[in-house]
Design a protein around this ligand. Structure first.
Ligand SMILES: [Fe+2]
Ligand SMILES: [Fe+2]
Length: 281
């Protein structure tokens, strides 16, 4: 009887025994087997077995060899899990950045959350991919992170800002970009944040980009940003209503704002019942 140098043949209960399998099929067999060593560690084995026949076609010997593929198996599992793990880590970083702004200025934090929500809704309504919707959500969450470089008294100053103060405020796009570009996100978050005050006619800042030079997700963010900013309360002025904000975007549709983004945004509020929840913090 052919056995694995054991006194009895395998029962086949533990795993499909290659020897029993060869006896049945008369062909070479390869199986994977999980084996626990004497320390209780899991070992992954790849077992290959080949039959040797005599002239009459009877199996006289079986050559069997076992490869320990545990390391390869672990590496494979890690590879499969790592993109998902990496994504989760990066999303965690975005949330951490968002909470940094919250510590400094609760107004900015609430603003970012609502802009993020509106930007996502616009992206979804425009039929963008899940990946692009995610980009809008994340960029929205941190788009004003650069405001940590602007003195609070300037940020909350009621009335008109001086030119120097205005330059400080305008610096928040570049400052946000500088922070975010240090992390290699699989999405152009830093660029979207850099461009969230650009205008279709090229009159925006910091680069004065125009039209489609501006990333689509940034063009969405521009609209979500202005609607939220106009419709919500600020320390230096009371809230206008959403109507006023929508009036602003439709008046400047195609001039400051991407026309398609404006149409979709208008539709969200007028036909789809979209609401910027928790307008008051
Ligand atoms: Fe901004
Ligand atoms: Fe903003």
């Amino acid at each position: 009887t052919l056995t694995h140098k054991r006194s009895t043949p395998c029962t086949g209960i533990e795993y499909s025994c290659p020897i029993e399998e060869i006896k049945r099929t008369k062909s070479p067999v390869s199986v994977e087997h999980i084996h626990y060593d004497k320390f209780g560690n899991v070992r992954n084995l790849e077992i290959h077995a080949y039959p040797i026949f005599d002239r009459e076609g009877n199996i006289t010997q079986i050559i069997e060899y076992n490869l320990d593929i545990s390391t390869r198996k672990r590496a494979q599992e890690d590879m499969e899990q790592s993109p998902e793990k990496l994504r989760k880590t990066l999303e965690g970083i975005i949330n951490a950045f968002a909470s940094i702004t919250e510590l400094r200025d609760p107004f900015v934090a609430g603003h970012q959350q609502r802009v993020s929500k509106l930007a996502c809704a616009i992206a979804r309504e425009m039929g963008l991919s899940e990946e692009q919707i995610k980009e809008c959500r994340m960029a929205g969450m941190v788009h004003d992170i650069g405001k940590i470089s602007v003195p609070v008294d300037i940020l909350n100053k009621p009335g008109k800002l001086t030119d120097t103060e205005m330059d400080f405020v305008k610096g928040h796009c570049q400052a946000g970009y500088e922070v975010l570009k240090q992390i290699e996100f699989p999405w152009p978050i830093a660029e979207i944040v850099l461009q969230h005050h650009e205008r279709m006619d090229g009159s925006g800042y910091p680069q004065g980009l125009s039209g489609e030079e501006i990333i689509l997700e940034a063009r969405i963010l521009v609209v979500a940003d202005v609607v939220e900013a106009m419709a919500s309360h600020r320390p230096y002025r009371p809230a206008h209503d959403v109507e006023k904000a929508l009036e602003e975007i439709s008046k400047n549709k195609g001039i400051i704002y991407d026309p398609e983004v404006v149409d979709v945004c208008m539709r969200l509020f007028s036909e789809k019942g979209f609401e910027l929840l928790n307008m008051e913090r």
